[in-house]
Design a protein around this ligand. Structure first.
Ligand SMILES: Cc1cc2nc3c(=O)[nH]c(=O)nc-3n(C[C@H](O)[C@H](O)[C@H](O)COP(=O)(O)O)c2cc1C
Length: 214
């Protein structure tokens, strides 16, 4: 049976959601796990885990980050340089990318401190994470507040070029999907009937087949 949701269910305590909407956790829609890199004002590499992102391929190819917190280094760095890279970890380097969160001081090279390798991008002023299988070089086209009262901005970046490991675009080798490919964030699903939470988990794509086979 389909149930209707217009208000936060009584089973969920909104003050325990770390600032997220109850809708976020009841829907728990997966989104790609990436690490965004840029240069801080002091010239040191910044790295920020981001998950709420999507892409548009209508005119060129754009990445949209829908929830950039304005109190992060990423917000300050990208607003200043107008350039950033989007790095896609596979599961073997994921935890190193996650450790950029613990190595988050302004005076830290956050990529090196995480045990990763920073290499300069070719066409933009931003570092790339060498160990990630895909790096997008992006120019910030625009940034806009999601709402007048919140802390989040939408960033729209034009992808001007990218670097992709050939073993990942070759489906006969590592490929883009399954255990060795793109990672997805499954953010703390909550059962609205009971209020029971599941821990946040990392997912991969399991292909079901072509449209006509479903
Ligand atoms: C899996 C994951 C996804 C995240 N997604 C976002 C996001 O979409 N937007 C955001 O502002 N912070 C996000 N964060 C939090 C930032 O990564 C975190 O605050 C980070 O320390 C900010 O780094 P910075 O100050 O160097 O930019 C995420 C964290 C994790 C672990």
């Amino acid at each position: 049976m389909k149930k209707d949701f217009f208000n936060c269910p009584d089973t969920i305590n909104e003050s325990e959601l770390y600032g997220f909407s109850w809708i976020e956790n009841v829907l728990a829609i997966p989104s790609p796990l990436v690490c965004v890199t840029s240069y801080k004002e002091n010239g040191l590499p910044n790295a920020t885990m981001q998950s709420w992102c999507d892409f548009d391929g209508n005119e060129g190819f754009h990445v949209l980050f829908s929830a950039v917190n304005k109190h992060t280094h990423m917000y300050a760095s990208v607003m200043k340089t107008k350039q950033f890279a989007v790095n896609f970890p596979s599961k073997d380097v994921f935890m190193k990318c996650m450790s950029t969160i613990e190595n988050n001081d302004y005076d830290t090279d956050e990529i090196t401190a995480a045990g990763l390798t920073a290499v300069p991008a070719e066409r933009i002023n931003a570092p790339l994470i060498k160990e990630c299988f895909l790096n997008l070089e992006c120019e910030l086209e625009w940034a806009k507040e999601v709402s007048k009262v919140g802390d989040h901005y939408v960033f729209c970046g034009k992808i001007i070029g990218f670097h992709m490991d050939e073993e990942h675009y070759n489906a006969d080798k590592l490929g883009r999907y399954g255990e060795t490919g793109y990672l997805y964030n499954i953010h703390r699903p909550i059962d609205p009937d009971t209020g029971k939470e599941s821990e946040t988990q990392v997912g991969v794509i399991h292909k079901l087949g072509t449209y006509d086979k479903l």
